[in-house]
Design a protein around this ligand. Structure first.
Ligand code: AMP
Ligand code: MG
Length: 406
C-alpha cells in the first residue's frame, strides 16, 4: 500500500498534457482550455472616455472653484456614447457628456452632474475636481496593445469569454477535450431503467462518473455494464484503451474471486503503477499505463469510494491532461470541525460533509447518517471531504482540519 501523496505523484507523472488543438468561435468556448496565450492589438480602454454622466472640462479652468468663487462655464456641445466628438474645447467652455462617451479635444476632466448647478446653457461649478483626469478612463490605462491578456492553459469561463470578445481574438485555439471511457463491472449491476430483482444493484457509478467527466471538461464514452466475465471485461477494456485518453472502470479491483481487472490489465501489456493506496475509502485503486498513452484507473465499486478516488486523484490527472496550467494539487481549505471525527489511523481517511463560511471562518459539518463507502445517499449535498491523516485517530469538535473542497 502506498501513501496518498505517493499515489498522487505517480499519477501526475503518468500524464502529459494533450497536444492536439482546435479553433473555436466564442459561443463554443465555455470550459475549454487555451492552447495559446492571447494578446490583443487594441488598447483598453480603446479611447479616452468618461466614467460618469456629467460635464467635460479643462482642469485648469475649474481647479480654483469653491463656494465663495464659483466658476461658470458655457455648454458648447453634448457628447453621447458611441460618437466621435467634433469640437475642441476652449477655455471657459464645457460639454455635456455621458458615461462611455469619447472625450472631445481639450477635455481632460469630468465633473459629475451631481456636483454642478445647471443654468440653461451654462453650468456653475462651486466645487473643483480633486485632480486633473478625475472620472476619465484613459486610452490604454487598463491594458496596452501587445500586453498578454490571457495566458496559455487558462480555463475559459464567462470573464475570459468577455475578454476574448472585447479583444476581438477569435477563433480561439484550445486543446481538444479529453476522451474518458467509463465501464461498470459486476454481475449484480442493472441500469436505472430495469426492474430491480433480488440481489441486484443499480449501476449509479456510470452516471456519477459521466457527470464528473462532463463537469471537468471531458467527453465521457460510455462502455456500459459488463458482468464478471473475464473475456467480456477484456473486450470492453480493449475498446476503452483504443478509444480514450483515460479509462475509468468501477468494481472488480478488490481481492474477491471475481475481481479480474488487474489481471486483465497485465495480460494486455498495461504497466500497473498502483494497485492499492492507503486511503479510506478507496484503497483498492488500480492505475496502469498503456503504450499508446492511455491511463487506466480501476476504481473500487463502492459508489463513495469511486467518487472519492475521482475527486482526490482523477481530477488532478484530468486537469493536467486537459492542459490546465498550475501545480495540479488538490485545493485544500482549513476549516473548524463542528463534530468529533474519528479514523482507524492506518489510512488517510476522508469523511464527507458540508463546508460553510460562517463569519469569515470555514466550518465543516459532518454529513448525518453512516459514513460508509456504500452509503451514497448522505453524500448528496456534501461539498467537502475532511481529511484525517495517517496516524490521526481523533479530531475534537472545534479543532482545525484540512478539507478538500468539491
Ligand atoms: P467490487 O469493487 O466489484 O467488489 O464492488 C464493491 C461494491 O460496490 C459492491 O457492493 C458492488 O455491488 C458495488 N458496486 C460495484 N459497481 C457498482 C456500480 N457501478 N454502481 C453502484 N454500485 C456498485
Ligand atoms: Mg464486483
Amino acid at each position: 500500500m502506498i501513501s496518498v501523496q505517493e499515489a498522487q505523484t505517480i499519477i501526475l507523472n503518468l500524464v502529459d498534457s494533450l497536444r492536439e488543438t482546435e479553433n473555436l468561435e466564442l459561443d463554443a468556448l465555455t470550459g475549454r482550455i487555451l492552447a495559446k496565450s492571447i494578446t490583443s492589438s487594441l488598447d483598453f480602454p480603446y479611447w479616452n472616455n468618461s466614467a460618469m454622466d456629467g460635464y467635460g472640462v479643462r482642469f485648469e479652468d475649474v481647479n480654483q472653484g469653491n463656494t465663495d468663487q464659483p466658476i461658470t462655464l458655457k455648454i458648447v456641445d453634448e457628447v453621447p456614447a458611441g460618437v466621435q466628438p467634433k469640437i475642441s474645447l476652449k477655455s471657459g467652455e464645457t460639454c455635456r457628456i455621458f458615461t462611455g462617451a469619447v472625450l472631445p479635444d481639450g477635455v481632460d476632466t469630468i465633473i459629475i452632474q451631481e456636483n454642478v448647478q445647471r443654468q440653461k446653457d451654462k453650468i456653475v461649478v462651486s466645487q473643483s475636481p480633486k485632480y486633473c483626469g478625475e472620472f476619465v478612463r484613459k486610452k490604454g490605462d487598463f491594458y496596452r496593445s501587445g500586453d498578454t491578456l490571457l495566458s496559455l492553459g487558462t480555463k475559459i469561463n464567462e470573464p475570459e469569454i468577455a475578454i476574448l470578445a472585447t479583444a476581438q481574438c477569435f477563433p480561439v485555439t484550445v486543446y481538444r477535450r479529453p476522451r474518458v471511457a467509463i465501464l461498470s463491472t459486476g454481475n449484480e449491476l442493472i441500469t436505472p431503467t430495469e426492474k430491480l430483482q433480488p440481489g441486484q444493484i443499480i449501476d449509479s457509478n456510470q452516471y456519477a462518473l459521466k457527470s464528473f467527466i462532463l463537469k471537468n471538461g471531458g467527453i465521457p464514452i460510455s462502455l456500459g455494464i459488463v458482468g464478471d466475465d473475464r473475456d467480456l471485461i477484456k473486450k470492453k477494456i480493449i475498446e476503452g484503451i483504443n478509444n480514450a485518453d483515460f479509462v475509468l472502470s468501477t468494481g472488480g479491483v478488490s481481492v474477491g474471486d471475481y475481481d479480474y481487472v488487474d489481471k486483465i490489465l497485465a495480460e494486455l501489456g498495461g504497466k500497473i503503477k498502483i494497485n492499492s493506496v492507503a486511503i479510506k475509502p478507496g484503497k483498492p485503486l488500480t492505475v496502469a499505463k498503456f503504450d499508446n498513452g492511455c491511463v487506466y484507473f480501476g476504481l473500487p465499486g463502492n459508489p463513495v469510494s469511486a467518487l472519492v478516488c475521482c475527486w482526490r486523484f482523477v481530477k488532478l490527472a484530468l486537469d493536467k491532461l486537459s492542459g490546465i496550467e498550475g501545480d495540479h494539487k488538490p485545493k485544500l481549505i482549513t476549516a473548524k470541525s463542528d463534530h468529533d471525527l474519528s479514523s482507524g489511523g492506518q489510512r488517510e481517511t476522508y469523511v464527507w460533509g458540508q463546508l460553510k463560511l460562517v463569519d469569515g471562518e470555514h466550518i465543516f459539518t459532518l454529513a448525518k447518517g453512516h459514513q460508509n463507502s456504500a452509503n451514497l445517499i448522505n453524500l448528496g449535498l456534501a461539498n467537502g471531504l475532511s481529511i484525517l491523516p495517517v496516524g490521526v485517530t481523533k479530531v475534537k469538535q472545534g479543532e482545525k482540519i484540512q478539507v478538500l473542497a468539491l
